[in-house]
Design a protein around this ligand. Structure first.
Ligand SMILES: [Zn+2]
Length: 400
């Protein structure tokens, strides 16, 4: 069941609480609401300086409403801007092989529909992080590049077989060169959520291969030599390492990613791999996806960008971070306008793209989003949007 916490963001997990918490967490006593309302810490976390709801808390039918079902209908009457197409052409740098996941449709059919959607919403090019090597990668080349070379760019994966064998570094580089010769123009996404890049929880801690592992040195150097960037997924949202209890920041939708109590490397230690890697390989371009999983701490993220000129970011799947701190996020995206790229990582729906345009381009307030909190539009200026949407990708990615 540990795998539940290791699945990619796009994965669907059916079921309730994943059993990656400790025994204590699973059997933790959840006191009744009455007990919580007199708990000073709970009051502080819930109400801040307001110190309470200001009305007596009494029993009623809403006591039967489950958190996972709660979907409050807002009474706010405010502008709702519909932005069907992005203001400028967009390169989406974070996507996966979605057409193969469409139920009841042939992949080619799904691909053609996707291109139609891309045209409608203003996506010029999509970068597929295939995570694939070998024949799997060859299939992607045939699927995307042979049919629509102008609309897609492919990143290949990294060899993950037999990482304990002496010839691993050489094998990994050889496969990279082969994928490059077929058209790969980046590597990714390479993920470490605590168990190393193979994501295998059965490996003992000393067998896991994290980003700064010597076995990967020649690989990262080869990426620099070929002038191809690497898309890294390090750690996950910090709430994933917090207990699935009343203080958990995210609602049950995200509990499939919870790895509280797992024996993988914890969040804070995982983040340390990034500066180690960036120092060791200053000539290699790294793109830390999902705002490096530091979207909750933009000051720290800015300091990291200041310290490492070979680090870039994508904003994929972090709509709920920038949407809940629109002023700080706008400032951040303006200050680091040369370092951040647009990505989605959320499938092929037209509405999803349009949700992004509304978030980035409009000044709408109190918008529903993918988390329990509401989003606020960033109203980014044109020069920031242009770089975020396209110009940075043209500079940082290898389009030859
Ligand atoms: Zn992804």
């Amino acid at each position: 069941m540990k795998e539940a916490g290791l699945l990619g963001l796009g994965a669907t997990v059916i079921g309730s609480l994943p059993a990656c918490g400790t025994k204590e967490a699973e059997t933790a006593q959840v006191p009744s609401a009455r007990e919580w309302t007199s708990d000073p810490e709970w009051l502080k976390v819930k109400y801040g300086e307001w110190s309470g709801p200001g009305v007596p808390v009494g029993p009623g039918p809403m006591d039967q409403v489950l958190l996972k079902d709660y979907a409050p209908r807002s009474s706010v009457i405010a502008p709702q801007t519909f932005i069907p197409k992005a203001k400028f052409p967009v390169i989406d740098i974070h996507l996966h092989h979605y057409p193969a996941q469409e139920k009841g449709k042939r992949p080619k059919e799904a691909l053609e529909e996707w291109i139609k959607t891309m045209d409608e919403v203003g996506i010029e090019k999509s970068v597929i992080l295939t995570v694939a090597t070998g024949s799997q990668f060859d299939m992607m080349v045939d699927f995307y590049l042979n049919s629509y070379p102008d609309r897609f760019q492919l990143f290949c994966g990294i060899e993950k077989k037999d990482i304990d064998k002496l010839d691993y570094p050489e094998r990994a580089v050889k496969e990279l060169e082969r994928c490059y010769s077929l058209g790969a123009r980046g590597v990714g996404e390479v993920t470490d959520k605590g168990y190393g890049i193979t994501g295998d929880p059965r490996l003992a801690p000393n067998e896991r291969m994290h980003f700064d592992d010597v076995r990967l040195d020649t690989f990262w150097r080869k990426c620099a030599e070929l002038n191809i960037p690497v898309n890294l997924h390090l750690a996950d949202h910090p709430s994933s390492w917090q207990p699935p209890d009343v203080y958990q920041e995210r609602t049950p939708i995200f509990q499939q990613f919870n790895q509280f109590g797992s024996d993988g490397v914890p969040y804070d230690e995982l983040l340390d791999y990034l500066p180690k890697l960036l120092t060791k390989h200053p000539d290699t371009t790294f793109i830390a996806c999902h705002l490096a999983n530091l979207g909750n701490d933009l000051a720290r993220l800015g300091q990291t960008l200041d310290a490492y000129p070979n680090l870039f970011l994508d904003i994929s799947a972090r709509d709920y971070e920038i949407g809940r701190q629109p002023r700080a996020a706008s400032k951040f995206l303006a200050q680091y306008s040369d370092r951040v790229m647009f990505g989605t990582d959320m499938g092929m729906d037209k509405g999803m793209y349009q949700g992004w345009w509304r978030l980035l381009e409009s000044a709408d307030e109190h918008m529903p989003g993918r988390s329990w909190w509401r989003y606020y539009g960033l109203e980014l200026p044109d020069e920031v949007l242009r770089k975020l949407y396209r110009e940075n990708a043209l500079k940082i990615l290898n389009w030859t």
